[in-house]
Design a protein around this ligand. Structure first.
Ligand code: ADE
Length: 246
């Protein structure tokens, strides 16, 4: 998969692309991460990519032309290779909240272009140049770069061959609209807190039932909004109705 990032801080994305599992995936040819800075398409001495807002007010607004040219330059680079243009996504606090379902949808695309704004935002006309707008959540970042990295990280771990452990993907939080069950490792006793006995039983069926029940209980307690959207099987209802173990 090919990620393209339009950003005035390409060094931030390059650093991210050079570390850990992402770097491994890039080295292994599983994905590419390219950047293009709108500053390349400025004409003034200061390479300005922002300007004062029409109508007055505080803050600066990113001008549309350098952003548009950066997007077009990235399109042109894939066109030279005979590849279709990447789907364009603007990172903005006004976008649709990003979910695991979006990550899965993006992971099926050949290319994703992430457009990062800075300052007070981007000229409104830039929105017409992208196919969707995504927000990382109801808070405001200084720019879209951190959001773009979050999107790349969540999408890349869904790419076939990325984790080398397809089972852990299907069991993790949000995979089926549920939070994940609790995990424990050594030691058995940590500061007076014990590993639940069921996990030491060696009975895989009992452990699987316990984990499913914990995932359901946890989702109901911590994320009632997610829980309300679940279509529960009778077996899950029965699990929820069970008494707690002594
Ligand atoms: N840019 C600034 N704030 C953002 C947010 N919450 N999500 C995505 N992009 C942003």
């Amino acid at each position: 998969m090919r990620f393209q990032v339009v950003t005035i801080f390409p060094e931030l994305i390059d650093a991210f692309a050079g570390i850990g599992l992402i770097a491994k995936a890039v080295e292994g040819g599983l994905m590419r991460i390219e950047t293009c800075s709108p500053r390349r398409f400025t004409t003034d001495k200061h390479q300005s990519v922002d300007d004062a807002p029409y109508g007055g007010g505080s803050g600066m607004v990113m001008t549309p032309e350098p952003l548009a040219q950066a997007m077009d330059a990235l399109d042109a680079s894939v066109a030279r290779e005979g590849v279709p243009a990447a789907t364009r996504v603007l990172l903005t606090p006004q976008g649709k909240p990003f979910t695991q379902a979006d990550a899965r949808r993006f992971a099926a695309l050949p290319g994703l272009m992430l457009v990062c704004g800075r300052y007070e935002g981007v000229d409104e006309r830039v929105r017409s140049l992208v196919s969707e707008q995504i927000s990382l959540g109801d808070f405001v970042l200084n720019g879209g770069e951190v959001a773009a990295m979050a999107v790349i990280e969540s999408v890349s771990r869904l790419l076939p061959g990325m984790l080398g452990n397809a089972l852990s993907l299907s069991e993790e939080s949000h995979a089926a609209g549920l939070l994940e069950y609790p995990h424990y490792t050594r030691p058995r006793s940590f500061r007076g807190m014990e590993v639940p006995a069921v996990l030491l039983s060696g009975n895989h069926a009992t452990i699987a039932r316990w984990r499913r029940r914990q995932a359901l209980l946890r989702t109901r307690a911590l994320r009632p909004d997610l829980f309300a959207q679940l279509a529960l099987e009778p077996a899950d209802r029965a699990l929820l109705d069970e008494e707690d173990e002594p």
